[in-house]
Design a protein around this ligand. Structure first.
Ligand code: FES
Length: 153
């Protein structure tokens, strides 16, 4: 199978990856670049665990081919904190216990950041709707909502 050399711009850094054109952004991040904060839940666009930003827009990285996003700015959960300073959404998840097992948390936090940035966090119902693509098997939804709403207020 053809292996392509691609350069991805991730969290402000250019990263080179050797991968087949069929490799998803999710697999490129996790398996080729050791950026394992982005999680694989379903690998079919159903759970939101793999949420990242591409040019500031929320996307499911399991539905995105790495080769297609070479000229884009990719942000993962590893890119949110500034040095030792957590992003306000990360702080809010800690404060409100917005997780139990933690597996869905990176995706929830990325979606939460997008929710606030794009103005969908003004009411509980707006926020729930925006976050509805991010599943939590533990059922920590009430605390996740509280965290996102706090950052919005
Ligand atoms: Fe991408 Fe579930 S792993 S949506």
């Amino acid at each position: 199978e053809v292996v392509t050399k691609m350069t991805l711009r991730i969290n402000g850094q250019p990263r080179t990856v050797q991968a087949e054109p069929r490799v998803t952004l999710l697999d490129a991040l996790r398996e080729r670049l050791d950026l394992t904060g982005t999680k694989k839940g379903c690998d079919h666009g159903q759970c939101g665990a793999c949420t990242v930003f591409i040019d500031g827009q929320r996307v499911n990285s399991c539905l995105t081919l790495a080769v297609m996003v070479q000229d884009k700015e990719i942000t993962t959960i590893e890119g949110l904190a500034k040095g030792d300073t957590l992003h306000p959404m990360q702080e809010a998840f800690l404060k409100h216990d917005g997780f139990q097992c933690g597996y869905c948390t990176p995706g929830q936090i990325m979606s939460g950041v997008a929710c606030v940035k794009e103005g969908h966090a003004k009411t509980d119902s707006q926020c729930r709707k925006w976050m509805s693509g991010n599943l939590c098997r533990c059922g920590a939804y009430a605390n996740i909502l509280a965290a996102v709403r706090e950052v919005a207020d």
